[in-house]
Design a protein around this ligand. Structure first.
Ligand SMILES: [Fe+2]
Ligand SMILES: [Fe+2]
Length: 234
C-alpha cells in the first residue's frame, strides 16, 4: 500500500491509496482543500489514518485542519473521523443535517456542524456549498460539496472507477469504467429521485469532479452528470 498526494486544482489535493482486493484493484481518495481554514473531504478508514495524515503533513501541519467533511456515514468516507478529531483539536466535522444529527451524534467526541441544502461554508478565500443528495448513490444523509472558485464538485462515490488510478486527474472517459463497475456491484440505491439529484448537481456546471475512487476528472461536468442520469434511466 502506498499513498500519494497530488494537487488537482488550485490548492485542492487528491490523497490516493490503491489496494489490492481478491476481485482486483481498488482505491480510496481523500481531498485536502488548503485555505485559512483547511478542510479534508473524507477521512478514509481507520487503517489508512497514519498514511493519510503523513500525506497531509507534506502540505500543511495536520493540526491546522479545521473541517472534516464527508458525503455519507460509511467506513471509507468517515471511518477515521474520531482519530482525526483527536489529532486536530481545532477541527469540526461538517455533514448534512441528517448526517450531523443522526449518523454522528453518538460516534464522535465533538458535535458536528450541520449544513442545510444550499448552505455555504466559508473556509477563507473560498466557499463550499453543501448539496443534499439523499440516496445518491446511497445513504439517507448523503450529499456533496461544491467549491465555486475552481468549480470542483467533491462527488464522493459518483463515477467510482475500479483499479489503481495513478493519474491524479484525467480528461478521458470515466463514465464507461464506472458504469461497468456499477453493473457488477449495484451500489446505487434504487431511488426515484436519482435523475433529479443528478440534474441538481449538473446545474452547478462543475469543471472538476473529485471522485472518491479512481482518478479525478476535468471537463464539462454538467454533460457528464447528465450522461450518468441517462445511463441510470436506461
Ligand atoms: Fe459509499
Ligand atoms: Fe466511497
Amino acid at each position: 500500500m502506498s499513498t500519494r498526494i497530488d494537487e488537482i486544482a488550485d490548492r485542492i489535493y487528491r490523497i490516493h491509496t490503491p489496494i489490492q482486493l481478491s476481485t482486483g484493484g481498488f482505491s480510496f481518495n481523500q481531498y485536502l482543500l488548503v485555505d485559512d481554514e483547511p478542510l479534508l473531504f473524507h477521512t478514509g478508514m481507520k487503517g489508512l489514518f497514519p498514511a493519510v495524515k503523513a500525506a497531509i503533513e507534506t502540505v500543511i501541519p495536520f493540526e491546522r485542519l479545521r473541517w472534516f467533511g464527508f458525503s455519507h456515514h460509511e467506513a471509507d468516507e468517515n471511518g477515521a473521523l474520531a482519530e482525526m478529531l483527536d489529532a486536530a483539536p481545532h477541527a469540526t466535522a461538517v455533514a448534512s443535517l441528517v448526517g450531523a444529527t443522526i449518523s454522528l451524534a453518538d460516534s464522535v467526541s465533538r458535535p458536528a456542524r450541520p449544513l442545510a441544502d444550499g448552505e455555504v461554508l466559508t473556509i477563507g478565500t473560498r466557499q463550499l456549498t453543501w448539496l443534499d443528495a439523499p440516496h445518491l448513490p446511497h445513504a439517507w444523509e448523503c450529499g456533496f460539496m461544491f467549491e465555486s472558485t475552481t468549480r470542483t464538485l467533491l462527488c464522493g462515490d459518483l463515477f467510482t472507477q475500479p483499479g489503481a488510478q495513478d493519474d491524479p486527474i484525467v480528461e478521458t472517459d470515466i463514465l464507461g469504467p464506472s458504469e461497468a463497475f456499477r453493473a457488477q456491484m449495484d451500489y446505487f440505491s434504487h431511488s426515484r429521485h436519482t435523475r433529479a439529484n443528478l440534474d441538481k448537481l449538473a446545474a452547478l456546471a462543475p469543471r472538476t469532479l473529485a471522485c472518491m475512487h479512481g482518478s479525478a476528472w476535468t471537463g464539462d461536468g454538467a454533460n457528464l452528470l447528465r450522461a450518468l442520469a441517462d445511463a441510470w434511466d436506461r
